[in-house]
Design a protein around this ligand. Sequence first.
Ligand SMILES: [Zn+2]
Length: 144
Amino acid sequence: MNESPKLSPTEVDPWRFCKDGQSWEIRSDVAAFPRLADEFTQGTLLCRVLGRVNQRGSLSLQLAVSGEVKMTCQRCLNGMPYTVDLERTLYLARNEAEMERLDALPGSDAIQAGETLSLVELVEDEVLLSLPVAVMHAEGKCPV
Ligand SMILES: [Zn+2]
């Protein structure tokens, strides 16, 4: 195991980030993500977060993460390729009630945001949520 330098959390004020239409983008080795380094053995992820305000004044983060990585097959423990390709729109909610209201809208997800938000942790959360419960080669396709 080689110790790569981990990414810093990259904390932003999420409200300002959206209002100002800021963006953040990194391309990084999976080993640099503190919580992804255990899931992915190899690969590079391209991450992009854009802050937005829609016509109704709702603030959202548009998140896109993509890359080719390697995971460990849970049946044979060999490496297997896995493609990360996710796009999400996350509305910022100030409290529980606002979060329920936003979550109820079709095709929308909300996160309760405080004064600061770590973009690296946000990306990690969404990538971890998108992973299948058990990662395995197709039936009978494990290398012997
Ligand atoms: Zn396998």
